[in-house]
Design a protein around this ligand. Structure first.
Ligand SMILES: [Fe+2]
Length: 341
């Protein structure tokens, strides 16, 4: 079931690929009632966050990525509208969900410090935006169709055009995923899309249509509805607090140090993983990866989907949390971390 992906492309993808099948098998509903609900509105498949998630705030982060800082100058590329509805597993709309979108420009370049490619930067493209769903659970962005980009400079392997999304709302698990465009030639060879099964592909590969009434000539519309999964963690608040803290990840034995430095820039002598708790859920954050949710999948085990690893917390005989192991997906070695406070 697990897709082979080499170490190099793993790093170039931002330490991740898809966990679609794995995710749905872990989080699939188990009770008959839930199964019924899930078949009505199946939670949308997670995809890796990638390395270019916005890590710096900017003044202009509204729904219109084709107008940056009030300028009339248009970004290069084909304008598209992305609109959708966010619902729960019973197909009820979720108002007030925060929707974040980030993507490459038409040349395949992200407005991000970690994008070292020589592709052209477009100063008129906003790069990312954030909106909140209305009372019907609806959201919308105006942007441009992103360009494809090679996995590394000069590589023959390309990421097909895609848009990254993060959906969050209290009471639901965070959804980090990617939207693709139907009919793209590169869809056939994309390493992340290739890891999804047919149902998962149907959720995230969407047609681009023209002729909608409220859309100007030359622009097209992509509809992207998603389903969030109800948040559940049976751990007590006290236990979540015990798990919270800083963990020092041992990166020496796995050449992680060198590769992290090479990819993310600067010298990285250490990697600290910070675990926090909020509203009954657990979150993880590293200097190379923004804060995102980790989901409970067993006793002391949490799925860290953005990093494509499971976190196994370790405790001593008295139940005191002493460290954790990051058991990464695919063939990557497990990383150990000691709890430092
Ligand atoms: Fe990307």
């Amino acid at each position: 079931m697990q897709k082979k992906i080499n170490r190099r492309s793993w790093l170039q993808l931002g330490m991740g690929a898809t966990v679609g099948t794995l995710y749905t098998s872990i989080f699939g509903c188990t009770t008959p009632a839930a199964e019924e609900a899930a078949s009505a509105c199946e939670p949308t498949v997670n995809q890796t966050m990638g390395p270019f998630h916005p890590n710096k705030d900017q003044q202009d982060k509204d729904f219109d990525l084709t107008s940056f800082n009030g300028s009339d100058a248009q970004p290069q590329g084909e304008p598209i509208y992305v609109r959708g509805k966010v619902t729960d597993e019973n197909c009820n709309p979720i108002p007030g969900a925060v929707v974040m979108l980030w993507q490459a420009n038409t040349h395949g370049k992200y407005s991000h410090e970690y994008d070292h490619s020589s592709a052209e930067y477009d100063p008129n493209f906003q790069g990312w935006g954030q909106v909140t769903t209305n009372e019907k659970g609806e959201y919308g962005f105006k942007t441009i169709k992103p360009g494809a980009y090679p996995l590394s400079e000069g590589s023959a392997d390309y990421r097909t055009p895609h848009i990254h999304f993060k959906f969050s709302r209290r009471g639901y698990h965070e959804l980090i995923t990617q939207l693709y465009f139907e009919g793209e030639e590169l869809n056939e060879t994309d390493v992340l899309l290739g890891g999804l099964n047919a149902e998962e592909k149907a959720q995230v590969v969407r047609p681009k249509t023209t002729g909608a009434e409220d859309i100007e000539d030359g622009a097209s519309l992509v509809t992207f509805d998603v389903v969030l999964e109800n948040a559940k963690d049976n751990s007590t608040e006290n236990r979540l607090k015990e798990l919270s803290g800083k963990y020092s990840v041992d990166i020496e034995p796995h050449e992680m140090k060198e590769e992290l430095s090479q990819f993310y820039g600067g010298q990285r002598e250490e990697l600290t993983l910070t675990i926090t708790t909020e509203n009954g859920l657990l979150y993880a954050e590293m200097p190379i990866q923004p804060k995102c949710e980790v989901k409970p999948i067993g006793d002391n085990v949490y799925a860290y989907l953005a990093f494509e690893a499971d976190i196994h917390f370790q405790q001593d005989d008295n139940g005191k949390v002493t460290g954790l192991q990051l058991k990464r997906y695919y063939e990557f070695p497990t990383l150990s971390a000691e709890k430092i406070n």
